[in-house]
Ligand binder design. Structure first.
Ligand SMILES: C[S@@+](CC[C@H](N)C(=O)[O-])C[C@H]1O[C@@H](n2cnc3c(N)ncnc32)[C@H](O)[C@@H]1O
Length: 313
């Protein structure tokens, strides 16, 4: 029984006296969204009272271009609609990240331990397989089902752990050379600096943080700008109808309209774990304090999102 159903069960079975029942019921039910936000992970099989992990997991789809199985569609995080675009989009995004790292004077092969924050079903991490002989590579997510799949099918050679939305990473200080996060800061609102500080703690000096956001350059794309050849590629990735539904939703939001006019530095549509956040990149980086130097800010580095590469001072 999930939390909501369990509470209803107690209340409806007169464990609380009828006179005060309604008031308490209202107070508890109105607190549920907050409790769920603080609960901070998306548990595997959340609606079930128990679950098992099969000893012999079923066969997965394979593709000749990939040494690893392809995750089931729900773990694609709405990034693509075919196995081919799943693989190609991950390859494109990691190739761009490698190029930006190289341009910053830090080739990925020389960075040592690597962490992907918000790994989902491993769309990106799987394209780092060439590095695993000499580098330890970790993937984390708050989405327990996705991490279970990754553990089953991508480990070894990669390592995975489920974490929470609280800014705490279960690693030692200064123990990574690269942390990357594709479209994770797009879902973090109030805790954005706390996350930056936590990543700073686990990076060694000179280590790199690469993350992607929706900023003013992404707004240009939403408003019909950007490179036409890129646009065709990422609209095709998510399917044209999904893309146009997303644009409709965005453009009808008053916060987005303010941000697009330049009247806001940041907008969050939805809150906490449900947030879709946009930032003015200069404003965001100013708030992160002196612990970082900016290597590059690259529009359309990850679909329509801007890639931000920082060096830990
Ligand atoms: C839009 S998806 C991107 C998935 C993947 N990075 C990719 O490029 O295919 C965002 C992912 O970040 C995860 N996420 C959001 N907030 C997180 C946090 N605070 N810590 C770890 N993962 C988080 C979500 O569960 C989701 O899997």
């Amino acid at each position: 029984m999930n939390l909501k159903r369990r509470l209803r069960h107690y209340l409806n079975n007169r464990i609380v006296k009828p006179g005060i029942k309604e008031g308490i019921k209202e107070a508890i039910l109105s607190a549920i969204p907050t409790v769920q936000h603080i609960a901070a992970i998306f548990p595997h099989e959340a609606e079930q009272p128990s679950y098992t992990l099969p000893a012999y997991p079923g066969e997965m789809r394979r593709h000749p271009d990939s040494p690893f199985p392809i995750p089931p569609d729900p773990l694609w995080a709405h990034y693509c609609t075919t196995v081919e675009t799943y693989l190609q989009s991950g390859l494109d995004d990691t190739t761009t990240m490698r190029r930006l790292l190289l341009d910053s004077g830090a080739p990925i092969e020389q960075l040592g331990r690597i962490l992907e924050l918000g790994v989902a079903g491993g769309r990106l991490i799987r394209h780092l397989v060439d590095l695993v002989q000499q580098q330890e590579i970790w993937g984390l997510d708050v989405w327990a089902s996705a991490i279970l799949w990754c553990k089953e099918y991508l480990s070894p050679p990669f390592h995975f752990a489920t974490t929470t939305v609280a800014p705490h990473l279960p690693f030692e200080d200064r123990s990574f050379g690269l942390v990357f996060a594709g479209s994770v800061w797009t879902h973090i609102d109030d805790l954005v600096e706390a996350w930056a500080l936590e990543v700073h703690r686990i990076l060694r000096p000179g280590g790199r943080l690469y993350f992607t956001i929706n900023d003013r350059a992404a707004v240009k794309v939403f408003e019909g700008g950007g490179l036409p050849e890129n646009r065709a590629r990422y609209v095709e990735r998510v399917r044209p109808d999904t893309w146009s539904d997303w644009l409709k939703l965005l453009k009808s939001h008053s916060g987005y309209q303010r941000f697009a006019r330049g009247d806001a530095q940041m907008v969050t549509m939805g809150r906490s774990t449900q947030a879709h956040v946009m930032w003015d990149v200069d404003y965001l980086l100013k708030r992160w304090g002196p612990g970082w130097s900016i290597c590059s800010v690259t529009p359309e580095a990850y679909g329509h999102q801007t890639g931000v590469l920082l060096a830990r001072v």
